[in-house]
Design a binder for this molecule. Structure first.
Ligand code: BTN
Length: 257
């Protein structure tokens, strides 16, 4: 994938105005975080064909076959409070859900906090990391991994992961997928700026099926079960447990059958 190929598809003003492409990086999030300590343009996108130390949520590794998928990070300077940073992961998954629908008619859904699933299998994960300088929010790095053309997954993932190729039966142009995702990110970033974080949260809720359902959240060895009510203004998940509301800030969600 080259910058020219991406530019041929891309119609954005801010997100992607600077594209920095690498054959190999440890992690695009790590690179973007180091960039954000210097001068940078908002909307800069760091992309790697292969990550040697891709980072996932809760200290996990993000595994992605070299040259088949999308692994990239977008540098943003949102005017939000420290408490609202979690919203940026939710924001990324909304953009991916809409892009997958537009590109291939795929019915994807958001899974709290930052995954995108198709028929229960993960096609995308997002990891937002904030950079503070002198206690001030300097930037938020929104890292996104999308399975595009990978058709074989390591044994521990093969029942849990899918890709656009698996779902559609065709090889997809990665630069076109990237361009569509960046375009939706730009639209929702405008919504975040103009209408505020609540508006983004309402969009997220429209793209998930967990609201109103009985779910379990596994967080550091503890399982909490309740009804998913809504998303709080900081991106936390509000559960109703025996008539009381409890906010969950991290963990892995599963539906109670
Ligand atoms: C998760 O599902 O746990 C989040 C995965 C986020 C992976 C992406 S790939 C691009 C960016 N760089 C990283 O090291 N991680 C994110």
């Amino acid at each position: 994938m080259t910058e020219d190929e991406i530019r041929r598809h891309l119609r954005t003003n801010t997100i992607g105005r600077r594209l920095v492409l690498f054959d190999e990086l440890d992690s695009t999030n790590l690179y973007a975080k180091s960039m954000s300590r210097k001068e940078f343009d908002e909307g800069t996108v760091i992309l790697a064909d292969r990550q040697t130390a891709g980072r996932g949520r809760l200290g996990r590794e993000w595994k992605s076959e070299a040259g088949k998928n999308l692994t990239f990070s977008v540098l943003l300077k949102p005017r939000i409070s420290r408490q609202q940073i979690g919203i940026l992961s939710l924001y990324a998954s909304i953009a991916v859900v809409d892009a997958l629908r537009q590109i291939a008619g795929l019915a994807a859904e958001c899974k709290w906090p930052n995954d995108v699933l198709i028929k229960g299998k993960k096609i995308c994960g997002a990891l937002s990391e904030a950079v503070f300088m002198q206690d001030e929010l300097r930037s938020v790095v929104v890292g996104i991994g999308i399975n595009v053309n990978q058709i074989e997954f390591p044994s521990e993932l093969c029942n849990a992961a899918t890709s656009i190729h698996i779902e559609t039966g065709s090889v997809i142009d990665r630069s076109m997928v990237l361009a569509r995702v960046l375009e939706y990110m730009e639209s929702f970033y405008t919504i975040l700026r103009n209408d505020g974080p609540q508006a983004v949260l309402r969009h997220w809720e429209k793209r998930t099926t967990i609201i109103g359902k009985q779910i379990s959240v596994l967080d550091r060895g503890t399982i909490i079960t309740g009804t998913a009510k809504t998303i709080a203004s900081d991106g936390g998940l509000i559960l109703e447990i025996q008539g009381r509301e409890k906010k969950i800030l991290s963990g892995d969600v599963s539906l109670v059958q």
